[in-house]
Each structure stands twice: as structure tokens, then as C-alpha cells.
Design a protein around this ligand. Structure first.
Ligand SMILES: Cc1ncc(COP(=O)(O)O)c(C=O)c1O
Length: 333
């Protein structure tokens, strides 16, 4: 199948195979880009610093995004840029952070920093934070807000091999914080202490990543990814009522599943159901669509022929501008 045949794929049978896609040269390092956008201007990144008494450093009062830019036939394109910036502003709002830039200004800034660094395949990290101020827990009253958009290389987040063959995951002994404790739909720096603990535990035990359960035993999400499973041909994932960060990749995969006529159920699910699944995969901007081949010794189907692989191929087609009907997901720089 040629790449152009992918444009109008109407049914499951016509979803492209990964090997049908034009090869994507992924960076293998994590080199930082030369220029950064910081408080309204492009600056040389080298030497830029955050004050040691920034409120965000002490209390986790920052909000951020992770956004990928992919090479396409029409040049570099940032994937779902407006949606990411919209979420950034929503995360800021719940923390009482007044971001002095409009959605359109942030979109333009992200495109500018991508362009000035000559990035075709890269990762953008916008981060807004409360800066230096007095020792107290009301930064919205005393701390100035700063916002930068950094850029760097980022290859396959959980490894190229993981992307193709699947990763090994453990169920964390750390539970996910409930949405009554912290606003889980916001992407805030302080929330990631939970993920760091779980990721350290998982990798110390020889796994690639961890899935966290909620206090009631239902599945929440992985350290930086949402969880999907397939059972008897039906795709299942949870929603914000399970204290997840509702991912933009999750939303993309749900729309691609609809295109491909894959039946979907969105509902809470238990560890037990997950362990009984036929397939499991994780979604996230960094991890893209990564199959899970094992959870704590239990093996799952992964790779060619699986529904997860079809959705992964569809996702990797979409991000590269190969699905015309979803061209509005791409912001060409
Ligand atoms: C905790 C958590 N869940 C889910 C996701 C997936 O979100 P997205 O697909 O918008 O990158 C991320 C990554 O941002 C995350 O950190």
C-alpha cells in the first residue's frame, strides 16, 4: 500500500500497516534546542534559569504540556496544538494562575520556537509557573507568573522496541490520588510526585512502567499515559471519573476507533478485568500508542493483527498528515 492510499481509508481492512508508512527517523538523543520562548520573546536557551525561591519549585505550583511535532509531506506539523494550549490554560485557571497570553498567542509562540530551532521531529514543553515570592501557599496573590516553551528531541518514549513489540508493566503499590484531592484533569507539576514514585518503583523492579489503581481498586492510569484494553473485539477505556488526566492522545485514539468501526465502551474498570483482557495498550503524547505485552507476568497479545496495532498505525498516520479527514489536528509550522 502506498502512503497516498492511506488518505481515505474507509474501513478496518484498509488501515495501513506500520511498515507501509514512510519511515520516520526518530531522534535517539534528547538534545535541547538552542532557542526557547520565554515570557513573550525568543531567547537563547543556554543560561536561562528559574529563581531558586520560585514557588513552583517548592510547592509544585506549575502547569505544563508535552506536545509533539512530526515531519509531514507539507513540512513540520505540531499535533493538536490548540487542544494542548487550551488544556494548559485550563490547568492554569484551576490553580488561580493568570496567564497573560491568549490561546492564539501561545499557539503562535509554539510555532515560532519550532520554526526558529528548525525542528521537524521534536517535543515542545510549555510550562507556566509561579515565580519567586514570600514563603506561603497563596502564590496567586504574590508571585509573578512566568511561561516558557522549551523544545528538545524526543524519540520513542518507552523505546523503539517497546513501540513495536510492547512493554512490560507492573501494577504500582502506590495508588492514584483521587479527583477530590487534586484536580486530576489538570496537568500540574505537583501531581507528578505520584508518577515519579510509581515509575521509580516499577523500573527498580525491572519493569518499563507502572499502572496505578484508584483507592477503590479500579484502574486509573499509567505514570504518564492512559490505559486501554481490548476484550472480545471491544475497546475499553475509563474517563475523568476514574481520576485520570484525560489525554489528547486518548481522545485521538477514540476518534480513530470510531473511524475504524471498532466498538468502544468508556467506563471504569478493575484490575481484574485488565488482567483478563486480550490486549492492553497505553496512550500519551510522549508514548504515542504503546502496546503492553505483559503486566506482572501475565502476557497479552501485541503486534501485527491486533486492534492495538491497527490503532497505533492509524495514530502514526494521523500525526504525519496521512489521514486527510483529520488534517485539522495538524498545525503546520
Ligand atoms: C498522568 C498522565 N496521563 C495521561 C497522559 C496522556 O495525555 P496526552 O495524551 O494528552 O499526552 C499524560 C501525558 O501527558 C499524563 O502525564
Amino acid at each position: 500500500m502506498t502512503p497516498t492510499a492511506i488518505h481515505e481509508w474507509p474501513s478496518f481492512a484498509h488501515a495501513p500497516d506500520l511498515d507501509d508508512l514512510p519511515p520516520l527517523q526518530r531522534p535517539t538523543g534528547q538534545t535541547l534546542a538552542k532557542y526557547i520562548w520565554w515570557d513573550g520573546e525568543i531567547r537563547e536557551a543556554e543560561g536561562q534559569a528559574v529563581h531558586y525561591y520560585s514557588n513552583a519549585l517548592h510547592y509544585g505550583s506549575g502547569v505544563f504540556e508535552g506536545i509533539r511535532c512530526y515531519p509531514t509531506e507539507r513540512g513540520p506539523a505540531i499535533f493538536r496544538l490548540h487542544d494542548h494550549m487550551r488544556r494548559l490554560l485550563a490547568s492554569a485557571a484551576i490553580y488561580g494562575m493568570n496567564v497573560p497570553y491568549s490561546l492564539e498567542r501561545l499557539v503562535e509562540a509554539a510555532a515560532d520556537v519550532t520554526r526558529v530551532n528548525g525542528i521537524a521531529n521534536g517535543y515542545l514543553r510549555p510550562l507556566a509557573y509561579f515565580g519567586q515570592g514570600p514563603v506561603n501557599l497563596t502564590p496567586k496573590r504574590q508571585c509573578a507568573v512566568s511561561l516558557f516553551i522549551a523544545a528538545r528531541e524526543l524519540g520513542a518514549f518507552l523505546g523503539e522496541e517497546g513501540l513495536r513489540r510492547g512493554i512490560r508493566v507492573t501494577i504500582s503499590s502506590w495508588r492514584k490520588f483521587h479527583h477530590t484531592m487534586l484536580p486530576t484533569t489538570a496537568k500540574a507539576t505537583g501531581h507528578y510526585a505520584n508518577s515519579v514514585l510509581a515509575a521509580h518503583e516499577a523500573t527498580d523492579r525491572g519493569f518499563d512502567d507502572a499502572i496505578l489503581l484508584n483507592q477503590d481498586g479500579t484502574v486509573a492510569e499509567a505514570t504518564g499515559e492512559n490505559v486501554f484494553f481490548v476484550k472480545h473485539g471491544e475497546l475499553v477505556t475509563n474517563d475523568a471519573t476514574s481520576s485520570i488526566l484525560p489525554g489528547i492522545t486518548r481522545d485521538t485514539v477514540l476518534k480513530l476507533a470510531a473511524d475504524l468501526h471498532v466498538p468502544v465502551k468508556i467506563r471504569a474498570f478493575t484490575r481484574d478485568e485488565l488482567m483478563m483482557a486480550d490486549e492492553v495498550f497505553l496512550t500519551g503524547t510522549a508514548a504515542e500508542v504503546t502496546p503492553v505485552r505483559e503486566i506482572d507476568g501475565r502476557a497479552f497479545e501485541a503486534g501485527p493483527g491486533t486492534i492495538g496495532a491497527k490503532l497505533q498505525k492509524a495514530y502514526l498516520s494521523a500525526v504525519r498528515g496521512l489521514i486527510r479527514q483529520h488534517d485539522d489536528w495538524l498545525h503546520y509550522v
